[in-house]
Design a protein around this ligand. Sequence first.
Ligand SMILES: [Zn+2]
Length: 412
Amino acid sequence: MSSDLILRNGIALMGEELREKPFGSLVVRQGVITEVTAEQVPADGTPEVELRGAFVLPGLIDCHVHFDLAAHAAPFLHWDRAPFVRSITCFHNGLLALRAGITSVRDLGSVDRMTLDYAGQVNSGELLGPRVVAAGRPITMTGGHCADYGRIANGADDVRLAVREQLAAGAGVVKLMATGGISSPGNPGLPQLGISELAAGIEEAHKAGVLVAAHAHAPQGITNAIAAGVDTIEHAAFAEDDNYKQMIDAGVTLVPTVTALNPIAPGLGIPAATVEKSLKARETYRANTAKAIAAGVRIAAGTDAGTAFNPIGGLLDELMMYVDRGMTATEALRAATVTAGTLVRRAGEDAPVGVLAVGARADLLVAERDPRKGLEVLRRPVGVVVGGRSVDLGWVERTLAEVTPVLVEPPA
Ligand SMILES: [Zn+2]
């Protein structure tokens, strides 16, 4: 498949500041942006797309997804389904992502190596989908968050071994559980893996040049993860002001996933304990996300997509929530592009991701109007480029319609 492309006559949102630059030609060679110029470079047989003044920005990045889940009411039961169904789920989710202009995702945990295998296929260009950086199995203590599905590890040596297993299987990020969760049994406020366990796992990952994400909802677990040297905190629903200061001082990025709780309601078949915990947490979670934004915490966008009624592609709603809670539209776009891009680099990959610049990977989104003046225009991207390949969005739509019937909800 071709990864050369020329885009004609658009307006690029360039660099870390998303500065506007009208262009005559945006040239992509072997998946990398080589030129953004006012000139009309001569046609040379390279595929071309005429943009008629549309805006081009970096493709969006969802920093927290579960690509082999299907957003069912009891989402984790999908991990008990046949490998065939789960592999189709990954393919389907990849198309949902592309349709929404999402060109990279960070998969933060599966029951086995399914999403690692999917990542291998799409990252090598053999299968159409977004770039994927996957964690393999999340690492959790006995009785901890996702213990039914994760790699259970107890004590520093065991966590070290568990991390080595994920890295050996091809993980591009490591996921550690530092507190309980909302979608699993137990109290999300309690710390789980301790500092010495987290530090051992983080040391192993960092030795391999791999970043570490900690699932952490509440103050003690967040403090532990940051003290242990983690790179990102996921969720932080019950964080306190001190935690935001810790994040800023340590240069830790927060991935809020605050919209994951929006669809949770009684009467939808969602387990009662999850409904109860979600409804109790929701307002605090939203208010705390606003506090994190106001405090100046570095935020990258993520959705926890795959969980109940939270399908892949809802990233725009998460960005709009950030805008409702204090970000400008440009800041929200940066959370899903430039900032997120620093979290999804893979070891050995040279071209920057999440930024429109000469030398960066050509993952692009085309919008009819300037998204800095209103994010809603991103609801229906008019063009998507992944690794220099212009995606046929009509084909994506038709294929989604064919594949969706495979993903029916399993009986509870
Ligand atoms: Zn998650």
